[in-house]
Design a binder for this molecule. Structure first.
Ligand code: BGC
Length: 284
């Protein structure tokens, strides 16, 4: 195969990467100023994609992610938008078209928790989680699909017309007391992802999900910051360590690349075995 970027032959020039997995691709990562989204945005940039770093709070952190991506040689900019706002999502994709020309990869990652005992859960807590985690993914995926359909396959860039990665959770499968709104949002993402994947696969659009387990990020500091909490968490993780954002980022790069071209409508669990019913290792 002819590499997309022929090697520089001038001997005075520094060595350049001849080919990166995502060279020439344009990616949008929502919630990319911290946690898993940040790890994914940086990894996509390092793999050669130009990246829009979406955030809703925390401009400085978003700008730092942009700088890290630029250091890897890719283009990037930060874009503030609330993924649960139809207007803001439309404006975000419109700007991406202006700045980068198109969208090849969407990582619908933005998500949050508003935990409460069920009998105390407010409608506001319920709605906030569903609005951001579920409706946010719907709105972003819809804009991405519209752009993929408009543009179609560009063989020099990718054999697919576009890729969407929905960030789900082990809690699309594992029930979670005290987090009913969150688990409901992730369970809904599963069938949204699968139904959308079925609908757009004939157009060569690949939609998949990643279901992270316990990853060391700001969303779950209470689960890993103290030794007691960490030890308790480890009873749920057969592999015996907490996940790092990079564990998810590497999976995202693969799912966004042509290396996974025949992977359609799948949820990739990246969870150290959390979904393997660890209690049954000794019980049952
Ligand atoms: C949640 C984390 C939790 C993990 C494993 C994630 O989806 O956001 O708070 O630690 O699932 O339970």
């Amino acid at each position: 195969m002819t590499p997309a970027n022929p090697a520089v032959t001038d001997s005075t020039a520094p060595p350049v990467a001849v080919h990166k997995l995502l060279s020439g691709q344009k990616a949008l990562v929502t919630g990319a100023n911290s946690g898993i989204g940040k790890g994914v945005a940086v990894a996509l940039g390092q793999a050669g994609a130009d990246v829009v770093v979406n955030f809703v709070d925390g401009d400085d952190a978003a700008n730092a992610v942009v700088e890290e991506i630029k250091k890897a040689g890719s283009r990037a900019y930060a874009h503030k938008a609330d993924v649960s706002s139809e207007e803001q999502v439309a404006a975000m994709f419109a700007r991406m078209k202006q700045e980068f020309g198109t969208t090849d990869i969407l990582v619908a990652n933005a998500g949050l928790q508003r935990d409460a005992a069920f009998h105390e859960m407010t409608l506001a807590q319920w709605n906030k989680v569903l609005d951001v985690n579920l409706t946010g993914q719907f709105l972003c995926a819809r804009e991405a699909v519209r752009e993929f359909l408009r543009r179609g396959v560009v063989p020099e860039v990718s054999c697919a017309a576009g890729k969407i990665i929905c960030m789900s959770s082990v809690h699309q499968e594992i029930p979670w007391a005290g987090h009913v709104n969150y688990a409901a949002s992730k369970g809904a993402i599963k069938l949204m992802m699968e139904s959308l994947a079925q609908e757009v696969a004939p157009k060569r659009i690949r939609v998949n999900a990643i279901a992270p387990g316990a990853i060391r990020t700001p969303i779950n500091t209470a689960a890993w910051q103290t030794k007691e909490a960490y030890d308790a968490l480890m009873t749920l993780v057969p592999y015996g360590r907490i996940g790092e954002p990079e564990d998810i980022a590497r999976a995202a790069v693969w799912l966004a690349s042509d290396h996974s071209d025949y992977v359609v409508g799948t949820t990739l669990y990246v969870d150290g075995g959390m979904t393997l019913y660890p209690g049954f290792a000794t019980g049952g």
